[in-house]
Design a protein around this ligand. Structure first.
Ligand code: MN
Length: 417
């Protein structure tokens, strides 16, 4: 499958991908839905108005994706098929109509990307065994790092939706209450343990009813697609505040996401069997087919003295112990309802090997093993002002990629007063 547009083989945005997002341009500041193909954003609102994409109601001339989400899984897949067909190499409809083609394609450099949906609720899980093990070893028990519940349910906490920002938004170093191990009392100061967390998240595309759990067998119908996510964390604030109810202000100051949502249809060729679970969880968390996705994930870092980003972590989404379906089944088991636009994140995606750890806390092992950056020889245990973090993710197909785009953010100095 090839497009008449030329798309580099290593582009994250092949014809097989077509992720959706919300954009505007200087000439047309109205927010509307677009799809990404190569270095272009396809204006879906325009194609819809032209009758080239047929939907039962106007859904793309809309400042977010919730109207389109409301049409359901079958229509999501149909629209994806129609869009693919429109840009296929041997389809003349757009290829040979230069006026219409010029109008529906926006160079990505001319597009401003916005939040894909209004996020009602945001939840962050803790689904990677590598991450849970490492954090448990550092803060609890070296020989018995996993909490007794960890293999029985996908642990999570309710995060804050209001501070989720699109990629590129600078992150101001937060101030908060910190108490070092050698200090008798806490004090108020800028965090000195600023960290990133490499995560993937999925968007809820279908409302569920209050009081009715989503059975694991139907969970897929509720998953609209996935996005890359950086769960910025202030580790010193976190370690003082987290007991007994979990992280609070140490995580809620900012969470960054890539502006593109990749569909489960685009990820389907990269399905792999999920890791076996021992012990087997309770029946509501069991399904006949337990699938995970083979998505390469990496973290790159660039200090203010560096010219180029340098990779500090290479991980993979398939490492996760708990699947998205299990997370969703567990989240709703007591009757909690889901709403379109809700966002559920995986938790830090760490593998079991050191180079695959998805946050600095693990990479520099709690500050004891500084990371050296090759370009300048600088070392890091946590993020410093001016450091820029980039997350990237992609599935490697035969001659093409289905990528998640990237999530960037630079750390700005703490605000004085
Ligand atoms: Mn997290």
């Amino acid at each position: 499958m090839r497009s008449f547009l030329s798309i580099a083989a290593d582009s994250s945005f092949s014809l097989q991908n077509l992720p959706l997002g919300v954009f505007s341009t200087r000439d047309m500041p109205t927010k509307r839905v677009g799809a990404r193909l190569g270095d272009f954003v396809i204006d879906l609102a325009f194609l819809e108005a032209k009758g080239l994409l047929v939907t039962p109601e106007v859904v793309f001339d809309h400042p977010d994706l919730t109207a389109f989400m409301g049409l359901g899984r079958k229509v999501w897949a149909q629209i994806r098929k129609s869009l693919m067909a429109l840009f296929e190499a041997d389809n003349p409809v757009l290829r040979d109509d230069s006026a219409v083609l010029a109008r529906c394609l926006v160079a990505v450099s001319d597009a401003r990307l916005h939040m894909p949906a209004v996020i009602g609720d945001y939840t962050d899980f803790y689904s990677s065994m590598g991450h849970a093990r490492n954090v448990g070893m550092m803060f609890r028990d070296k020989d018995n790092p996993l909490m007794p519940n960890w293999k029985h349910l996908p642990v999570g906490y309710h995060g804050r939706a209001s501070s989720i920002v699109p990629s590129g938004t600078p992150i101001v170093r937060p101030c908060g209450q910190v108490k070092g191990n050698d200090e008798a009392e806490p004090s108020f100061r800028p965090t000195s343990r600023m960290d990133f967390e490499l995560e993937m998240a999925f968007w809820i595309g279908k409302d569920s009813e209050l009081g009715r759990p989503i059975p694991i067998s139907q969970a897929r119908d509720y998953i609209f697609g996935v996005t890359l996510l950086n769960d910025w964390s202030a580790r010193d604030i976190q370690s003082w505040e987290y007991m007994p109810l979990g992280p609070f202000v140490s995580k809620s100051f900012s969470t960054s996401i890539s502006p593109w949502i990749v569909s489960l249809e685009a990820l389907a060729p990269f399905e792999v069997e999920a890791p076996e679970q021992d012990p087997q969880p309770l029946p509501y968390l069991c399904s006949t087919k337990r699938m995970q996705y083979d998505v390469e994930l990496e973290v790159l870092l660039k200090t203010s003295r560096m010219q180029r980003f340098e990779r500090v972590c290479l991980s993979n989404f398939r490492n996760l112990y708990w699947t998205m379906e299990q997370q969703l089944a567990h989240h709703t088991i007591t009757g909690c309802n889901m709403r379109r636009g809700d966002l559920l994140a995986s938790g830090t995606v760490s593998g079991m090997e050191p180079g695959s750890y998805g946050c600095l806390l693990e990479l520099a092992w709690g500050g004891t093993q500084p990371l050296t950056l090759k370009e300048t020889g600088e070392t890091r245990v946590f993020l410093e002002d001016g450091d820029e973090v980039m997350l990237r993710g992609w599935c490697q197909g035969d001659g093409y990629r289905v990528g998640l785009g990237d999530v960037t953010g630079v750390v700005l100095p703490a605000q004085k007063d």
